[in-house]
Design a protein around this ligand. Structure first.
Ligand SMILES: *[C@@H]1O[C@H](CO)[C@@H](O)[C@H](O)[C@H]1NC(C)=O
Ligand SMILES: *[C@@H]1O[C@H](CO)[C@@H](O)[C@H](O)[C@H]1NC(C)=O
Ligand SMILES: *[C@@H]1O[C@H](CO)[C@@H](O)[C@H](O)[C@H]1NC(C)=O
Ligand SMILES: *[C@@H]1O[C@H](CO)[C@@H](O)[C@H](O)[C@H]1NC(C)=O
Ligand SMILES: *[C@@H]1O[C@H](CO)[C@@H](O)[C@H](O)[C@H]1NC(C)=O
Ligand SMILES: *[C@@H]1O[C@H](CO)[C@@H](O)[C@H](O)[C@H]1NC(C)=O
Ligand SMILES: CC(=O)N[C@H]1CO[C@H](CO)[C@@H](O)[C@@H]1O
Length: 766
C-alpha cells in the first residue's frame, strides 16, 4: 500500500516543480538559501581565480594581463590591483590572506615615485582601498596599534598618498588638475582640462581621511571642488563633462548621468548622507530636476547640451548603470526598477553592456562596443535587492555570473570583452573587477554578510576617544566599492569627543530636583538674548563676523537670514561651536600631553559654562569684533560686514607638512588661539585702523573662499604654479561649516564658450 502512495507524491511533486519552473521563467524563480549560497560560492571561485592569477603572474605590477598571463602598469606603478582587491578579501571572509597582504602593503608599498598619476584614479582606487582596509583591521584580526582606528600603518600610507596628490588642488578655481606627479607635484605644462567626475569625486575618501587623522585640509579641498562645480553649472542647472580647472569654463558640454560625470552625482548623494551635508543633497536634487526635465525618456537617460537642454546623444553608457542604485538609496525603488529593467534588456541583448548603446537604433555604438568587466549594473542590482528582495534581481545576478564565466574566463583571470557582438577578448583585466564586480556579486548572494548588518549588532571598542560602537552596518561604498564604516570615522572625529563630554556633563549634573529650575532659568536667558539680538538687528541690518574662521561668518549670515528661526539660534550656536571643533586633534596620541588632556577634558566636561562663554561672545560680536581684527571688508548688496583676522589665517603651513605630530600641535595651538581670540574680544577697545588696500585684499580673499574660486585682483596668473604651501594657506580659511546659503555665497557663473559636441568627442580621458 505504501509504495503507490509514495509514487503519487512523487508525481505531484514533479508537477509542482514543473509549474514552478514555468512560472519562474516569467516571474523570477524562487531561490532557496542553498541556491543563493551556491552562487555565492561561484563568485568566490571567480574572485580567487582572478586574484590568484594576479598574484602569481602580475604582482607587483598594477594589473594582470589575462591573455598573456603577465603584468603591466596602468594607472600608476603601485600594485594597484593588490590594494584595490584587499577589502574584497575581508568581505569574502578570507582573513588569512587579508592579513598577509595588508602586512605586505604596509611594508612594501612606497608612493615616493616619479610617476605622473591620475588624481582621480589614485584617489578612488588607492586611497579608497587603503582607508577601507585600514578600517577593517579589527574585523580581520590584524594586530591593532593603540590609536586604532584613528591611527595605523595603512592610514599613514593613505595620508601619504593623499598629500602627494594634494598639490593638484591648488588652482584658481579649487578644481583639481587631472594629473599629478607623485614626487614632484603638478607637472609643468600639464593640461588644465579634466572631467567633471575628476573634480567631484573626492569627498568620501578625503572626508574620511580628514576625520581619521584630524587634518581638515582634505575634506576642505574636496568640498571646495564640489562647490566650484556647483557654481559653474549652467543657467538651466546642468554641468558639462569636461571643464578647465584654471578658468572654470566648460570644454565639453554634454550633460548626462554617465561617464565623465557619474561619480560626481554619486558623491553628492553618498557624501551628503554620510557626512550629513544637506547642501550636497540639495545640489543633487536640483540636478535631478534637470535630469528629469531634459534627458529622461521612457525610463532611459540621454545626453543633452548643458546650456540649451537639447538632446545631443541618445546613448546609454555602461557607466549609467549605477543610477538605479542611487535612486534606491534615495528611496525611489519604483523608478529604479523601471530603469534597471531597461539596462538589463541591453545586457540580455549582448550578454554584456557595451560601453555605448544607441537607444533608438537598439545597437552598440560603433567604436564603443567593449565591456571591460564593469560593475555598475551589478552594483545597482545589489542595492535594489537589499531594498526589495525581488528575486528577479537574483536572476540578473545569475545572468551576469554566467556571462562572465562563459565568455571572459582565461587561464589566469578574466578578460575585457573587446566587442559585445562577437565576445572577442582583449588583454586587460581592470582592477575594479576584483574591487567591485566580484564584490557586489558576492554581496548580492550573501544575505548575512557583515556589510548588510542592519544596526542590530555592533562591536564596542575602547579608543583614545573613549568608547565607540563600530561595525554596526553604517557602511558607505566609495565609487570604487570600498566600504567605509562611518561609525569608525565618527569615532575619531572630535565631534564625538564633544558629544561625549556633553553627555558626561549631563550625567554629572543630573539633579532631578533642580531640573525644573534649570529649565526655567535657561528659558529666561535665551529669551533675553533673543530680544537683545533682535534690537541690534533692527538698529542696523549690518552683521559683523570675526576672525579668519568663516564658520562664524556663515553662521551669522545664516542667523541673519532666518529671523523667524530665532528660537533655534541657541541650539544652532551650540552645534556650530561643536562643528568648529570637529578636527581638534586627539591629544591622546601624544603621551606627554596626557596631563594637558585631562585638564582640557575637565574643562570640556564643564562645557555648559564654556559654551555659554562662547555664545555670549557671539552675541556681543557687534561691539567687540571691530577691535580685534586687522581688516574689515564689506560684501556689497548682501549688507554683510566681515572682519578677517589675518593673524589666524597665516597659520604655519610648513609644520602641517612635516608630520602628524607637529600637525596636531599646530591644531592645538590653533584652537587655543581661537579661544584666546574670543576672550580678547570683549576686552579690547573699539579702535580700528585700516587701509583700503588691505580691505581690498581681504575682500578678494573672502570672495574667493565663498565662491570656491580664486579671484585675483590683478591678472598676472599666467605663471601659476600649483603649490601645496599656498594651498594650505588658502584652505586655512576655508570653512567646514556646511549650512551655507548658496544664493549668498555664489559667484555668477561665467559665460561658457559654446561648443557643440560631436560623437566620439566625449570621455577622451576614459
Ligand atoms: C584565501 O586566499 C588565498 C589566496 O587566494 C587562497 O589560497 C586561500 O585558499 C583562501 N582561503 C580561503 C579560506 O578561502
Ligand atoms: C610627467 O609629465 C611631464 C609633463 O608632461 C613630463 O615632462 C614628465 O617627463 C612626465 N614624467 C614622467 C615620469 O612620465
Ligand atoms: C536586523 O537583523 C537581525 C539579525 O539579522 C534581525 O533579527 C532583525 O529582525 C533585523 N531588524 C530589522 C529592523 O530589520
Ligand atoms: C581650564 O579652566 C581653568 C579655569 O576655568 C583655566 O585656568 C585653565 O587654563 C583651563 N585649562 C585648559 C587646558 O584650558
Ligand atoms: C604652540 O604654542 C606654544 C606657545 O604658544 C609655542 O611655544 C609652540 O611652539 C607652539 N607650537 C606650534 C607647533 O606652533
Ligand atoms: C570698518 O567698519 C567700521 C564699522 O562698520 C566702519 O566704521 C569703518 O569705516 C570700516 N573701516 C574701513 C577702513 O572701511
Ligand atoms: C539685490 C540688491 O540689493 N541689489 C543691489 C546691489 O547694489 C546695487 C548698487 O548699489 C543696487 O542697485 C542693487 O539694487
Amino acid at each position: 500500500m505504501a509504495a503507490p502512495v509514495k509514487r503519487q507524491y512523487v508525481a505531484v511533486i514533479i508537477v509542482f516543480v514543473a509549474l514552478f519552473e514555468l512560472a519562474g521563467s516569467h516571474l523570477g524563480k524562487a531561490y532557496s538559501k542553498d541556491d543563493i549560497l551556491k552562487y555565492r560560492g561561484k563568485v568566490e571561485k571567480m574572485f580567487h581565480h582572478a586574484y590568484d592569477g594576479y598574484i602569481k603572474y602580475a604582482y607587483p605590477y598594477d594589473e594582470l594581463r589575462p591573455l598573456t598571463c603577465d603584468g603591466h602598469d596602468t594607472w600608476g606603478s603601485y600594485s594597484l590591483t593588490l590594494i584595490d582587491a584587499l577589502d574584497t578579501l575581508a568581505i569574502m571572509g578570507n582573513y588569512t590572506e587579508f592579513q598577509r597582504v595588508a602586512k605586505l602593503v604596509s611594508n612594501m608599498i612606497n608612493f615616493d615615485i616619479d610617476i605622473n598619476a591620475s588624481v582621480f584614479e589614485t584617489n578612488i582606487r588607492i586611497l579608497g582601498g587603503l582607508l577601507s582596509a585600514h578600517l577593517l583591521y579589527k574585523k580581520t584580526g590584524m594586530e591593532l596599534e593603540p590609536g586604532w582606528p584613528c591611527s595605523g600603518p595603512l592610514l599613514r600610507l593613505a595620508e601619504d598618498v593623499a598629500r602627494r596628490i594634494l598639490p593638484a588642488f591648488d588652482t584658481q578655481t579649487g578644481m583639481p588638475y587631472g594629473t599629478v606627479n607623485l614626487r614632484h607635484g603638478v607637472p609643468k605644462g600639464e593640461t588644465t582640462v579634466t572631467c567633471t567626475a575628476g573634480v567631484g569625486t573626492f569627498l568620501i575618501e578625503f572626508g574620511t581621511l580628514s576625520r581619521l587623522t584630524g587634518d581638515p585640509v582634505f575634506e576642505k579641498v574636496a568640498m571646495r571642488a564640489l562647490r566650484a562645480l556647483w557654481n559653474v553649472r549652467s543657467p538651466i542647472g546642468m554641468v558639462g563633462n569636461h571643464v578647465d580647472v584654471k578658468t572654470g569654463k566648460w570644454t565639453a558640454l554634454d550633460f548626462g548621468i554617465g561617464g565623465g560625470i557619474d561619480s560626481y552625482f554619486e558623491y553628492l548623494v553618498k557624501g551628503g548622507i554620510m557626512f550629513n551635508i544637506p547642501e550636497l543633497l540639495d545640489n543633487f536634487h536640483e540636478y535631478h530636476a534637470a535630469v528629469k526635465k531634459y534627458i529622461k525618456r521612457d525610463d532611459w537617460y540621454m545626453w543633452a547640451n548643458m546650456n540649451k537642454g537639447g538632446i545631443t546623444l541618445p546613448m546609454f553608457t555602461s557607466l549609467d548603470a549605477y543610477w538605479p542604485g542611487i535612486l534606491s538609496m534615495l528611496g525611489d525603488n519604483d523608478q529604479a526598477m523601471k530603469t534597471l529593467h531597461n539596462f538589463h534588456q541591453v545586457w540580455k541583448q549582448y550578454g554584456f553592456t557595451p560601453e555605448y548603446y544607441n537607444i533608438p537604433k537598439n545597437e552598440a555604438h560603433k567604436g564603443r562596443e567593449g565591456y571591460p568587466l564593469r560593475p555598475e549594473l551589478i552594483e545597482s542590482v545589489m542595492y535594489l535587492y537589499r531594498a526589495t528582495k525581488d528575486p528577479f534581481l537574483l536572476d540578473i545576478g545569475v545572468d551576469i555570473i554566467e556571462a562572465i564565466e562563459q565568455s571572459t574566463k582565461t587561464k589566469c583571470g578574466y578578460a575585457t570583452v573587446k566587442d559585445v557582438n562577437n565576445h572577442l577578448l582583449e588583454n586587460r583585466m581592470e582592477s575594479f573587477f576584483l574591487a567591485e564586480t566580484t564584490k557586489y556579486l558576492y554581496l548580492l548572494f550573501d544575505p548575512d554578510n557583515f556589510i548588510h548588518n542592519n544596526g542590530s549588532s555592533g562591536t564596542v571598542i575602547q579608543t583614545p576617544n573613549g568608547e565607540c560602537v563600530i561595525d554596526a552596518g553604517g557602511y558607505f561604498f566609495t565609487t570604487e566599492a570600498h566600504p567605509i564604516d562611518s561609525a569608525a570615522v565618527y569615532c575619531c572625529s572630535a565631534a564625538k569627543k564633544e558629544d561625549d563630554a556633553i553627555l558626561q556633563g549631563m550625567h554629572d549634573n543630573l539633579d532631578l530636583l533642580s531640573l525644573l529650575d534649570i529649565l526655567d532659568s535657561t528659558e529666561t536667558i535665551i529669551g533675553e538674548k533673543l530680544i537683545l539680538k533682535q534690537k541690534k538687528e533692527e538698529k542696523s541690518q549690518k552683521l559683523k563676523g570675526e576672525t579668519g574662521t568663516n564658520d562664524e561668518f556663515e553662521k551669522l549670515v545664516e542667523n541673519n537670514e532666518n529671523l523667524d528661526e530665532k528660537k533655534n539660534i541657541e541650539k544652532e550656536k551650540t552645534k556650530d561651536v561643536k562643528d568648529e571643533n570637529i578636527y581638534m586633534k586627539n591629544e591622546n596620541e601624544k603621551k606627554e600631553n596626557v596631563e594637558e588632556r585631562n585638564i582640557k577634558e575637565e574643562n570640556v566636561s564643564k562645557n555648559n559654562n564654556n559654551m555659554d562663554v562662547k555664545k555670549d561672545n557671539l552675541d556681543n560680536k557687534e561691539e567687540s569684533l571691530d577691535s580685534v581684527t586687522s581688516d574689515n571688508i564689506s560684501k556689497t548688496n548682501s549688507s554683510i560686514k566681515v572682519n578677517i583676522d589675518l593673524k589666524n589665517s597665516e597659520l604655519t603651513t610648513s609644520e602641517k607638512l612635516e608630520s602628524k605630530h607637529s600637525q596636531s600641535e599646530s591644531t592645538d595651538n590653533q584652537s587655543k588661539n581661537s579661544n584666546t581670540a574670543i576672550k580678547e574680544l570683549t576686552i579690547l577697545p573699539k579702535q580700528v585702523k585700516q587701509t583700503s588696500q588691505t580691505n581690498l585684499n581681504s575682500l578678494v580673499q573672502l570672495l574667493s573662499l565663498l565662491s570656491g574660486k580664486e579671484i585675483t585682483a590683478d591678472k598676472k596668473d599666467a605663471e601659476w604654479v600649483p603649490d601645496v604651501n599656498h594651498l594650505y594657506q588658502v584652505m586655512q580659511m576655508y570653512s567646514n561649516v556646511y549650512k551655507v546659503k548658496p544664493e549668498l555665497m555664489m559667484c555668477k557663473a561665467q559665460p561658457f564658450h559654446m561648443r557643440w559636441s560631436v560623437n566620439g568627442e566625449m570621455f577622451e580621458e576614459e
